[in-house]
Ligand binder design. Sequence first.
Ligand code: SF4
Ligand code: SF4
Length: 287
Amino acid sequence: MSNRCALVSKIIPFSCVDGPGSRLALFLQGCNLRCRNCHNPWTIGRCDHCGECVVHCPHEALTLQAGRVVWQESRCQQCDTCLQCCPQQATPMAQTLDEETVINHIAAAEPFIEGITISGGEATTQLPFVAALFRRVKQTPALRHLTCLIDSNGELGLSGWEKLHPVCDGVMVDLKAWGDEHHRWLTGRDNARIKASIRWLAQHQRLSELRLLVIPEHSDYLTSIEPLSAFIAALGDVPVRLNAFHAHGVYGEAKNWRSARPDDIQALADALQARGITRLIHPALYL
Ligand code: SF4
Ligand code: SF4
């Protein structure tokens, strides 16, 4: 049996916001998009052990040992100072964990969860680990009832989805903008691969949720409502979650962007419903 490793930024044993029901959420480090609106910007990069954060840690939880930054969890006060000063949008608190260790976390949480969700960063940038972990969950009698979901930006190529298909129960994908140019401005890349992923996952009964993020004055959904609605309608009976942007936790210019209000969400919901897209999930709360 394999025992692959992953660079993990965080494990939340019981989450109610990372898919249906209570779930263990595993956040992998590293992303292949650079979204202006990212709420976890320190999960984007990978630590190059520059040492910048070591001198800034107010609780002496970080040291440089043989050219590598070492995080001492018992000293850490989770103040996030290191995240703010990292030039790589990384974290010194990310840990390399093997399958066995993660499986043990899942087994400990198992009585209280319905499944696991792998998020990020972008989960699929560590595809071999994700596939191996899901396979192991499916092969473990005490765990095989847990659903295995991925929270993804959709950048993975179709051959990657083919590899995951046998072991993954569903994928929640964000379509952050409709237009290629707008998507490139918002995330650094166009969205051709993302649209292809969404179509493929829907055709193969693995698209558990399509997500649209409403950013007032910075979303192009309403100006592209006809092609967007046609695209969603062609996916079949897929739930569409409307997420409301809020500036909490973001960095750079997005800190000054206005948070979405109920009326911003309702405007998009009305426009989609008028075009036959009715399986909409509204935000549970607005910040
Ligand atoms: S986490 Fe960031 S600041 Fe700290 S050592 Fe790594 S790259 Fe440098
Ligand atoms: S969050 Fe970072 S800066 Fe704060 S105590 Fe922990 S390691 Fe140090």
